[in-house]
Design a protein around this ligand. Structure first.
Ligand code: CO
Length: 154
């Protein structure tokens, strides 16, 4: 159990592209646990490894109602529709923006036990998956938002 430091926008690490994970070992599972602790500590619904200074393709998500996922090397293989909604990010505190995303996505990934998984997602989960995978490409939501505002989540 450990809460990690979350890097903030302006840190050049957040602009870098992350590398695929080659081996899923005890150390990787420890990182997943620490990322989940960090996400919960700061009330996030998702966190990507570059946000804690690790340029590897790892994401944790918890959108509530059992929607908890650990995605290693995630790849979106199918998208459907478009939806615009509000987003925030633990790396961009107190800023929110309207972002267009695919409405539904199918994502393939590896889980912590090295098993290949396929997930069909819509709503907040689909949005979160796309937001977190953007982090792995060095892209923040403020780079692609239609509009940005300071203040509270809606
Ligand atoms: Co984010």
């Amino acid at each position: 159990m450990a809460v990690l430091e979350v890097l903030k926008a302006g840190n050049p690490v957040l602009k870098e592209k992350s590398l695929p994970v080659a081996e899923i070992d005890k150390k990787m599972r420890r990182l997943l646990d620490d990322m989940t602790d960090t996400m919960k500590k700061y009330d996030g619904v998702g966190l990507a490894a570059p946000q804690v200074g690790k340029l590897i393709r790892v994401v944790v998500i918890d959108v509530g109602k059992g929607g908890r996922y650990e995605l290693i090397n995630p790849v979106i293989v199918k998208t459907e529709g478009k939806a615009v909604d509000s987003e925030g990010c633990l790396s961009v505190p107190d800023i929110f923006g309207e972002v267009e995303r695919a409405e539904k996505v199918t994502v393939e990934y590896t889980n912590r036990w090295n098993k290949q998984q396929t997930l069909n997602a819509d709503g907040l989960l689909a949005r979160c998956i796309q937001h977190e995978i953007d982090h792995l490409e060095g892209r923040l939501f403020i780079d692609i938002a239609q509009s940005i505002r300071k203040g509270e989540p809606k």
